[in-house]
Design a protein around this ligand. Structure first.
Ligand SMILES: C[S@@+](CC[C@H](N)C(=O)[O-])C[C@H]1O[C@@H](n2cnc3c(N)ncnc32)[C@H](O)[C@@H]1O
Length: 373
């Protein structure tokens, strides 16, 4: 007999899930939720097709409010989480005007992974937009209650007046089921959310499946604040300001509080980068010649502008142009930098990084070698 999963959110005698989303209890034994080494709890407290699923040890403890299909996908993924397995190179501190943040407790080298985490709470996004706020908030409370004590404490410490507000201000977007309409989820990673925003951050983040990785994009000194960017950083100051106002704050990062002359110089560099990149692309695309240092000059502007999270493609382009001109030393130098930056920015499996390593090994065997000549 099919049973609709029941919970306190459901008024007595009324099904809380519509007929086509009834959860077949007898089928539960075939799914990954039951097959995973430690059993998942759920589906519980369903509101239509969205239910609570929880696990006390997966990723150190996790709760999701989502569909059974997505819960099964997540249960089949690796829970990569380094909390507790190594001493973190940071501690929480107060920063005037910004609230809490993270500060480095030792030197951190460029490329070092700072944290690898799975979400404490995962919520399907469409559900959040459509659900009655009162029911949503009761569901949130029931979900957070299921987290192990330390995870719950870390979740509740985040900025925000209510659980919904905390989700709104602190979560990252994840895609869990390809292009399906149900794919978009909000993931809460409370320790990572302690990082404040900087338009020129020293930490980059990448998300693969449910794993959130933060990596240093430059050497960091003990005592420095660890920051990420909440927005795309290669836009002028007034646009960054507007986007961060949407986030609910006026940015006080060093890059936004520079002198008017320095701010104008920064905006001019961003414009120049765009102009040179468009020019290079047009010329290469139409078979016209470019200067051998065209790609290298653009890299210099990226470095001057401290765009350390965007260096992979810039170094790659420079390496290719030097290789086209048969400049062995420069092609190798830029390709090596490109490979490292691409791994930082997109992860160790990066195919582009692999291609750049091949260019370092022997430029003469690369497709780009002396193609302009
Ligand atoms: C994800 S939380 C970061 C942690 C937060 N400071 C706390 O105490 O929990 C985002 C909030 O921190 C503050 N914040 C982050 N970066 C900031 C910045 N560059 N300038 C001013 N406030 C910032 C804003 O209030 C923002 O809504």
């Amino acid at each position: 007999q099919d049973l609709c999963a029941r919970g306190p959110l459901q008024p007595r005698n009324e099904p809380i899930c519509s007929a086509n989303t009834y959860v077949a209890k007898h089928e539960k034994h075939e799914n990954t939720l039951e097959n995973s080494p430690e059993e998942w709890d759920g589906p519980d407290d369903c509101v239509e097709e969205h239910c609570i699923f929880s696990h006390q040890t997966f990723g150190g403890g996790m709760v999701m409010i989502t569909t059974e299909r997505i819960a099964e996908i997540v249960a089949g993924l690796n829970a990569v989480d380094d909390a507790g397995s190594k001493a973190p190179p940071f501690r929480i501190a107060q920063f005037p005007g910004k609230g809490m943040g993270l500060v480095a407790t030792r030197a951190i080298r460029k490329g070092e992974i700072i944290m690898e985490r799975t979400p404490s709470l995962l919520v399907q996004w469409g559900m959040l937009l459509e659900m009655d706020p009162e029911i949503r908030d009761r569901l949130f409370a029931l979900a957070v209650e299921r987290l192990p004590a330390l995870k719950k404490q870390a979740f509740m410490r985040q900025m925000g007046d209510s659980i919904h507000d905390k989700v709104d201000r602190n979560t990252f977007r994840l895609f869990l089921d390809g292009n399906s309409g149900q794919s978009t989820h909000l993931g809460s990673f409370p320790e990572i959310s302690m990082m404040n925003h900087d338009c020129r951050p020293n930490v980059h983040y990448r998300i693969a499946n449910i794993t959130h990785t933060t990596v240093a994009v430059r050497d960091i000194l003990p005592g420095e604040e660890l920051t990420i960017s909440y927005i795309f950083g290669m836009i002028p100051r007034h646009e960054r300001h507007e986007r961060l106002i949407d986030w609910g704050f006026t940015c006080t990062c060093p890059h936004c509080t520079m002198s008017p002359a320095d701010l104008a110089a920064s905006d001019a560099r961003l414009e120049e980068i765009k102009r040179l990149e468009d020019d290079l692309e047009t010329k290469l695309g139409s078979g016209r010649t470019v200067a051998p240092e065209a790609g290298g000059d653009i890299v210099k502007l990226y470095l001057d502008e401290k765009l350390y999270s965007y260096l992979g493609p810039a170094y790659t382009r420079a390496a290719l142009v030097y290789s086209m001109f048969g400049n062995m030393d420069k092609a190798k130098e830029y390709a090596a930098e490109a490979a490292e930056a691409l791994v930082r920015e997109t992860g160790p499996q990066s195919k582009d990084a692999e291609a750049m390593r091949k260019l370092v090994d022997d430029p003469t065997k690369h497709w780009s070698w002396q193609v302009q000549l």
